[in-house]
Design a protein around this ligand. Structure first.
Ligand code: F6P
Length: 361
């Protein structure tokens, strides 16, 4: 009977990334095939919940989207029901109205796919009675309580391939090549792509750099006949006693700060101090685009099916997560709040140091 089917909602919040559609597909297919549920998509993240914009998602809608980048539901990295601007730009708490929309739609559970910002909002809505579960995604890989997030591996491949390409042109022209990658306040993407691409110097938000040390490494390589250097810079990197470089402030965003520009600063400083020709590449949103890697497709499928299972069991207030190659569930409360940053005691730092990588200190 059509009317009595349980409804499951899906929402993709925050910045998009490869693998979101794979997760939507996994949730929807599991819901339809295993639980005979009706699937409802919330359009444009929490904005759809605030503005009462939903779409019905059929089996056909999710067929063939496994490899597709972006999200068929749309996303917003600004919308927040607890802080929503009115037409005069004044911020108001419209969470009760958003919850009313969720109830009126008759959703028996909502799966929120997002990063720290989205899952923080999800947790607040859960505390107000919304039956929901979280799925971790972000290219920044900075969520606590999960070993990785949907989107990270795909962004890593994009960044590593870009470093590979810079390597050959750096070699030909005997240049220093600086590449700025995303990651916000966590250096995971820079660290992993730098390691994968054989970066000579990797600058992370967690390890404030000394530009003189950076230049020493570049000059030493030059003396030894290695006439080029690759410097991978996380957008959140900053010099010792210096500040992160802010590109713009977006007032109505959950985190208004947009980082960007440190790569240019590092390149200018290297050229000035060493006299060596230096170029900068800012990878930007390319890291969020394109098709997901097989790893992300599988991760999204595993997390998505598990999240749907939690809704079916009415086990709300949880986030699905990856631990030791197993999918587990953790309380949303534990999963949000602060972020997971690179720990200097992480064995990967030792590994990088062992192969001669410099962190500019
Ligand atoms: O959180 C994902 C992310 O891509 C960050 O790495 C980056 O700092 C930020 O989002 C960029 O946001 P926007 O899409 O608003 O420019």
């Amino acid at each position: 009977m059509q009317g009595s089917r349980r409804k499951i909602g899906i929402l993709t919040g925050g910045g998009d990334c490869p693998g979101l559609n794979a997760a939507i597909r996994a949730i929807a297919k599991t819901a339809i095939l295993n639980y005979n549920m009706e699937v409802i998509g919330v359009k444009d993240g929490f904005l759809g919940l605030i503005e009462n914009r939903f779409m019905s998602v059929s089996y056909e809608d999710v067929s063939g989207i496994l490899t597709l980048g972006g999200t068929i539901l749309g996303a917003s990295n600004k919308a927040n029901p607890f802080r929503h601007p009115d037409f005069k730009g004044r911020f108001k708490d419209v969470s009760n109205a958003a919850i009313e929309n969720y109830r009126a739609m008759g959703l028996g559970g909502l799966v929120c796919i997002g990063g720290d910002g989205t899952l923080n909002i999800a947790y607040k809505l859960y505390k107000k009675g919304v039956r929901l579960v979280g799925v971790p995604k972000t290219i920044d890989c900075d969520l606590k309580q999960t070993e990785t997030t949907i989107g990270f591996d795909s962004a890593l491949v994009t960044a590593a391939q870009a470093i590979d390409k810079l390597h050959t042109t750096a070699q030909s022209h005997h240049r220093v090549m600086v590449i700025e990658v995303m990651g916000r306040y966590a250096g995971w993407l820079a660290l992993y792509s730098g390691l994968a691409g054989g970066g000579d110097i990797i600058l992370l938000p967690e390890i404030p750099y000394n530009i003189k040390k950076v230049c020493e490494v570049v000059l030493k390589r030059n003396e030894k006949g290695r006439k080029f250097s690759i410097v991978v810079v996380s957008e959140g990197a900053r010099p010792k006693n210096g500040k992160m470089v802010v590109k713009k402030i977006i007032k109505d965003s959950t985190d208004p700060v947009r980082l960007g520009g440190v790569g240019d600063k590092v390149a200018r400083d290297i050229e000035r101090i060493t006299g060596l020709e230096t170029r900068v590449t800012v990878l930007g949103h390319l890291q969020r685009g394109g098709e997901p890697t097989p790893f992300d497709r599988i991760l999204a499928t595993r997390l998505g099916t598990e999240a749907c299972g939690l809704v079916a069991k009415r086990d709300f207030g949880k986030m699905v997560s990856l631990k030791g190659n197993c999918i587990i569930t953790v309380g949303l409360k534990k999963a949000v709040g602060d972020i997971r940053r690179v720990n200097l005691k992480d064995p990967i730092i030792k590994t990088a140091l062992s192969v001669g990588t410099s962190f500019g200190i």
